[in-house]
Design a protein around this ligand. Sequence first.
Ligand code: CA
Length: 261
Amino acid sequence: MPKPGPEPAVTTAASGRPENSWPAGRPMPRILVVEDQMQLLRALEINLRARQYEVATARTGREALATAAATPPDAMILDLGLPDVDGTEVIVAFRGWSRAPIIVLSGRTSPGDKIGALDAGADDYVTKPFAMGELLARLRAALRRDEGAGHDAALVATIGDWSIDLAAHTIQNPASGTVPAGSSPPRLTPTEWRILEILLRRPGQLVSSAQLLSGVWGPGFQDRTNYLRFHMTRLRRKLEENSSRPRHLLTEPGMGYRYQP
Ligand code: CA
């Protein structure tokens, strides 16, 4: 590793009038920029805002995951060298519940770092120093791919008779009428929504406890399986017809959990 010092940041500023970056009439994507170098963070923020993107910023991995959880971004620009956790851990945790594109920024040049970040779930990789215009072009391309991929943001899943809209965070009363008249849909906490989001987007698949814990609480919580047991019990009480014999929110002993549609 080279000795720590000011990281080279941006070689050329975008010049002239910002090009039109997003189709008119659509809400502008929200971009989360994660970078501990203040000058570069500011430069990115200014350039993105100049193109009308909504911008949120974070300077550490933990702050990034907390900010992403509070208001999910449409894309993330992520520096790999962060002061608290490795950027790759942020990718893994974010990928636990979101498919929004991640573009990695890094001063590291070894192919291993690049492969590691891509394997963890990053979509693209820009090496510092970089040209702002190139980064913005890659961001637009990643957002277009994401749009074209028929984003699953509108996913509606069912648990028994409940119809659960993961984008709107609403639970609809069943049509089949097996729930007693007058009973209202259960209300879920933000933590319960995030657990459901991770499970319901992978119907039939085993999701490991570590994946859920890092996706919901962030890196460093992989051992807190008691958190999961507590919240899964509550989710089952709220959503399963018989919470002591769950049919949809299943435990895979010693491994994790599975959503069975
Ligand atoms: Ca850094």
